[in-house]
Design a protein around this ligand. Structure first.
Ligand code: GLO
Ligand code: MG
Length: 345
């Protein structure tokens, strides 16, 4: 398969058991090793990690034990010919993160969040990844009076600065999301994430990860979110997927809901040479009805769809487009794009 210089990644959570808030699992769990064996078969190059995907039960381990366990995972990656793209501290499941992590109202809980994040940095170092992704899952509120937004923003900045100081080579990519699990998140969009990063002590080491579904949930266009971040050289990773309107986070296969919206994400990424900057992550989940033995199709289909869209981007009749833009004939430009997407000329 021609990959046009792109590399692809997903996280172990993207092969999952199909539980939802209203029903139990529908597919058996697969071990980490078993999932790892799927990556190359599906055409992928790199693994995205939560800290505890790499080192389970890390809260019960010493820093030395954590590093040792992470080194063993590095060996498995090497054996499978895979890279680690990033490590993300999982700051949303522990009892100490019920009311938020860096923005919790409880100082002990905030200390836990920082300590846990430092352990995630240690794991990233052992896995050979210089990137940490911060999905700020519970940094927000169910009711606004519960926290002080100015203080919360300062706390987020302090946490980022603490991590930048902890490892002078670390880069941080903030993954914004407007809601879920919180009703109202503090860093809902690319603009918020970038603004926070630019205020950090070393802004050159803070960038963003754009997830399509999150942009759509915020009522924004993912390709514009991509382009806005790329204009500042700040798009360091993506979570491409799809989303049927502003409801719960669906993580549908890339392009499965809105082909043209996906085409434009591929277009802005490709026209700005994303393959030279980052790895294409696919944060997709199989729908719950999918039988266990077929529950990796969403990954390979998303990857192949991205590459097909890159081909469509590159085969666009640029000259015809320029002429239509110059004539301000956007109806005909619309017709050209729609026909191109349908394989018609
Ligand atoms: C959930 C997020 C989640 C993160 C992952 C990495 O909505 O998209 O999947 O991307 O935990 O931090
Ligand atoms: Mg994501």
């Amino acid at each position: 398969m021609e990959k046009y210089g792109y590399r692809f990644s997903f996280g172990p959570w993207n092969i999952h058991e199909g539980a939802d808030p209203f029903g139990p699992t529908v597919r058996p769990s697969r071990t980490f090793d078993d999932k790892l064996a799927e990556y190359k078969k599906l055409g992928f190059d790199a693994v995205q990690f939560h800290d505890d995907d790499a080192v389970p039960s890390l809260d019960d381990l010493s820093p030395a034990q954590i590093r040792k366990a992470a080194r063993a995972v590095r060996k498995k990656l090497d054996d499978n010919g895979l890279l680690a793209e990033f490590v993300a501290p999982r700051l949303w499941e522990h009892p100490k993160t019920i009311d938020g992590a860096y923005t919790s109202n409880n100082p002990q809980d905030r200390a836990y969040a920082l300590d846990r994040s430092k352990k995630a940095v240690d794991i990233a170092q052992e896995l050979g990844a210089d990137l940490m992704v911060l999905w700020l899952a519970r940094e927000g509120t169910y009711l606004r009076e519960a926290k002080d937004v100015v203080r919360a923003t300062e706390q987020l900045l302090e946490a980022i600065n603490t991590l930048l100081d902890y490892d002078p080579k670390l880069r941080i990519a903030i993954e914004p999301k407007p809601n879920e699990p919180m009703d109202l998140a503090y860093i809902p969009t690319m603009g918020h994430a970038l603004a926070l990063g630019f205020q950090a002590n070393d802004p050159s080491r803070v960038g963003v990860l754009m997830e399509s579904a999150h942009s759509i949930l915020a009522g924004l266009d993912p390709s514009d979110e991509i382009g806005f971040a790329m204009a500042f050289g700040k798009l360091w990773s993506v979570h491409l997927n799809d989303q049927n309107g502003p409801k719960f986070d669906q993580d549908r296969s890339f392009a499965s809901v809105d082909l043209r919206r996906a085409f434009n994400q591929a277009r802005v990424l490709d026209e700005n040479r994303f393959w030279e900057v980052g790895i294409v992550g696919l944060d997709v989940k199989a729908i719950r009805t999918q039988p266990a033995e077929l529950a990796t199709r969403h990954l390979s289909n998303s990857l192949r769809m991205f590459l097909r869209l890159v081909e469509l981007v590159r085969s666009l009749d640029k000259k015809a487009m320029e002429e239509l833009v110059a004539a301000r004939d956007y109806e005909e430009l619309d017709w050209l794009i729609l026909n191109h997407l349908m394989g018609r000329s």
